[in-house]
Design a protein around this ligand. Sequence first.
Ligand code: AMP
Ligand code: MG
Length: 491
Amino acid sequence: MTRHTLETLTFDNRYARLPEVFYAKVNPTPFRAAPFLISANPAAMELIDLDSREAARPEFAGVFGGSLLVPGMEPLAMLYSGHQFGVYVPQLGDGRAILLGEIVNGRGERWDLHLKGAGMTPFSRDGDGRSVLRSAIREYLCCEAMHGLGIPTTRALCLVGSDDKVYRQQVETGATIVRMAPSHVRFGTFEIFYYRKQHEHLQRLADYVIEMHFPDLALAADKYVRFFAAVVERTAKLIAQWQAVGWSHGVLNTDNMSILGLTLDYGPYGFMDDYDPGFICNHSDYNGRYAFNQQPYIGLWNLSCLAQTLLPLAPKEELKAVLDRYQVTVDRYYRDLMRKKLGLREDRGEDEALLQELKSLMVGSRVDYTIFWRELGTFSSDPAAKNERLREHFLNLDRFDAWAGQYRERLRSEDSRDDERQAGMNRVNPKYVLRNYLAQGAIEKAQQKDYAEIDRLLNLLRDPYTDHPGMNSYAAAPPNWGKHLSVSCSS
Ligand code: AMP
Ligand code: MG
């Protein structure tokens, strides 16, 4: 495999070949104070065949901090609109992100290089086009944490800082992150052309997305319906994965919904600590529209917005029939994931009750979601075993014992072996997730110019299912200060 330098990266900018109404050409605005590299992600560098030694060059921070371009880049801000908190906003677009170009790697995979925090674009509205260090760190780490968990997501190439001041509630400093995905097209990209009644652009967009990302469908007579079905399937799977791991996006507006079913736009997201189905991670979400347990429904709501945009291209009844399959698809994926989390091999209807009772017990005792599932792998099915370690999580011990008795019976009925089951459960119940307080610890150190914690978390979270000796404290429940950190959209 060829290893490229910054100057020899191979670009094939297909989005830039679309009509100019799809975007605005705009260069990054350099910071006044020279950008410096905070962290580079070797796994993502490999995806674009970029030699890992390139990160050590000053030009690396220059290019990915927005002060230099390399040959082949054609920077642009993508146009889109979207429903924000249920209300249609006729124009959004990349207000602080710039698509530098699209790389094709040696395996023929395409990767957008999307520079976030790179300064104003024609779509910045009242914003300054910048990201603060704190929010860039959160996005950088969570992209890679989600990838480590096996959840589809945009990836993160690097994090670059600057001493330039950025004004939010407090004075902070600016940073950029480079985000990578095969495409940054969102549901909102379809919405803008639909609501502007620009149906020829809408069709052009649909054909483009199908050709680039769903090529198997390109020749089908009903390609738009099939394309929608593929998006429904991917979205359902994605959201089921969020539900199983206990993660909330926080701002599931249609402009933050990836057409490829990737987790996109990390803002006030959160992994749950104590299990709370009504968990709201976004401090500005006063009504809980994007609460944890609303996500599967919001997926449907957002997909119905997308379906509407396809009405000029496909028969309504067929789109509706596809949409009607969403709920069962989410449920099917979720049930399958939870069965694996329980360590059950066979899929049986009665397991629903077992899971419901467990979740109800967990809510009642405010059990730590991640720790409990990981520890459930230590369950002993020996009738004499008390499973004290698990019992300790619960207030109502009789009820837990009753549940444990049912679980034991269920395990015995499929001849489950404790050691085998635990090994399997450890592959689906992560030991480490990016809890808010862990990200906060890395942020506070970074604000003092100590960046080691970012790389430490990056390394740990890329492999969250394996025990990392000496890193036990990273698997612990939050200390009191870290329990209810407030995170809002002001990033
Ligand atoms: P988000 O909530 O991050 O998905 O952003 C919603 C919209 O606001 C998008 O169009 C963003 O590009 C834009 N936006 C968010 N923050 C800024 C900022 N600091 N400057 C300019 N535009 C922004
Ligand atoms: Mg967004």
